[in-house]
Ligand binder design. Structure first.
Ligand SMILES: CC(C)(COP(=O)(O)OP(=O)(O)OC[C@H]1O[C@@H](n2cnc3c(N)ncnc32)[C@H](O)[C@@H]1OP(=O)(O)O)[C@@H](O)C(=O)NCCC(=O)NCCS
Length: 449
């Protein structure tokens, strides 16, 4: 075996360890649209889900079947009918939906049963349990349109699902529910996944979708200057929804986002929108620091905010001890007052516990993150990380492609978070002129994807 492999594999595997520990015993609800299955992504998705489950995650998988139902309808020469993006399920469509669900369920169960030697499924023993876990009610007549057998979730059998998960099984749900009169209702995968995530108070709701995530400017065309926003606060996600028309197509930014917001409001702290087009996207989102799609997070952001002139005193007090011991470069009150708009702070009960500043160099499409500080008594709780994320977000909104830091003592903290060392020559000209060669700070850069 080449030693290069040891040097890459071992640190890589160790870097994943904290996530494996963190997610053990957590519950993830994963929604996979029928489009992903139609695109042939099922075998790899199943392999990744089996791996996640084997690492102790309790998995509920909800599949969709939009294209499969449409195909059945076409085969029967019956037109698919929608209103406001929701299928009108007449008796023929109900038949088609039942056939499609049955077939998909078999396909998924078969995929989870594979275990050929020398494949990622070798040795995987995934027991799949499906059942009548969802009680439904009809959508009824809306705007004069009778939705017939299209329904909404009335109730989730939480005890039943938890019982199956406790047995170590993976729970598989089709977008179907039954009424108390025994009638079947066609639901949407998004509705079922969201309702189940809220009912179980799942740790994550993950949609593996036809879109790569939500862009920084969600309604503008994709491009290098309009990348995927890796983390959206609940408030920002709500602001996007307020601007968006009611989505009818899964490719519209608000289509999955509306469900993420509902989940967040219902107590699911993290919801993700990730692309099925990228092989392994589930693993990348869950076990890699920056993820690959968009995560909507309800992290009670009210105490993380941009600074105002009133915060200058608090910032000075916070950074002063670190300036004294040489960890941070000295900044005067005048300097901080002048640059206050560049600062982001974390405040608890009127006391500033953390801060960081972003100094953009637009001509070089980069920006410096400076003065990152968390008060000693508040360290180790993720505040440093939250400040970094917010600075990254501010940088993306400015169209910057990277951020850099100069550090003498905190190099490892940044390396762990995707920064890479570069020579001081890399710095933008204007910053290079101010570089203090005596301090011998290490320059670290993080590219913003
Ligand atoms: C660096 C700093 C901002 C991190 O803030 P934080 O809120 O503690 O960070 P998080 O909670 O997100 O991360 C904590 C992790 O970072 C690690 N860490 C803290 N300081 C570190 C350092 N100097 N080098 C490497 N890792 C460090 C902790 O051990 C902890 O690791 P764990 O998650 O494995 O337990 C904070 O330690 C600080 O204010 N340091 C002094 C000022 C400074 O060095 N600023 C950077 C100037 S360039």
């Amino acid at each position: 075996m080449s030693t290069v492999f040891n040097f890459t594999f071992v640190p890589w595997f160790r870097a994943v360890a904290p996530y494996i520990h963190k997610f053990r015993h957590q519950t993830f609800v994963v929604g996979v649209p029928g489009e992903a299955i139609a695109a042939g992504k099922l075998p790899n998705l199943v392999q990744d889900l089996a791996l996640i489950q084997s690492m102790g995650v309790r998995v509920v998988l909800v599949h969709g079947f939009r294209p499969q139902v449409d195909e059945q309808l076409r085969a029967k020469g019956h037109a698919a009918r929608f209103h406001s993006g929701i299928r009108i399920t007449d008796p023929v469509a109900l038949d088609c939906a039942q056939e499609a669900a049955g077939q998909l369920r078999f396909e998924i169960e078969a995929a989870f049963s594979m275990g050929l030697p020398n494949t990622p499924m070798a040795g995987a023993k995934v027991r799949v349990i499906s059942g009548n876990f969802i009680t439904a009610r009809p959508i009824g007549i809306v705007d004069g349109v009778d939705f017939q057998h299209s329904g909404l979730v009335r109730k989730v059998d939480v005890a039943g699902i938890k019982g199956a998960l406790d047995m170590g099984a993976l729970v598989l749900l089709s977008p179907f529910g039954f009424s108390l009169t025994g009638e079947a209702f066609n639901l949407t995968m998004e509705e079922v996944a969201t309702s189940v995530a809220v009912a179980l108070q799942a740790d994550k709701l993950i949609f593996v979708t036809e879109i790569p995530g939500i862009r920084v400017r969600p309604f503008d065309p994709p491009g290098e200057d309009n990348p995927i926003d890796t983390e959206l606060s609940l408030a920002d996600a709500q602001a996007i929804l307020a601007q968006a028309p009611t989505p009818t197509q899964p490719t519209e930014p608000a289509f999955y986002l509306q469900h993420c917001v509902r989940a967040c409001l219902g107590g699911v702290e993290r919801s993700h929108i990730i692309p099925f087009a990228v092989d392994g996207s589930l693993l990348l989102e869950v076990y890699v620091h920056d993820g690959i799609g968009t995560m909507v997070v309800d992290e009670k952001l009210e105490n993380l905010r941009e600074a105002t002139p009133d915060d200058v005193g608090g910032i000075l007090q916070l950074i002063e001890p670190f300036e004294r011991d040489g960890t941070l470069v000295k900044r005067s009150r005048t300097e901080i007052e002048r640059d206050i708009a560049n600062y982001t702070i974390i405040e608890h009960d009127g006391v500033i516990f953390g801060c960081a500043a972003l100094y953009p160099y637009p001509e070089a499409k980069t920006g410096e993150m400076a003065a990152l500080t968390v008060a000693p008594q508040a360290q180790g709780q993720g505040d440093g990380e939250r400040l970094l994320k917010r600075i990254e977000q501010r940088a993306r909104l400015m169209g910057l492609q990277s951020i850099f830091v100069l550090t003498t003592r905190t190099m490892h903290w940044f390396l762990k978070r995707g920064f890479q060392p570069v020579s001081p020559d890399w710095l933008p000209e204007a910053r290079k002129r101010k570089y203090n060669w005596d301090r011998r700070s290490q320059v670290l850069v993080k590219r913003l994807s």
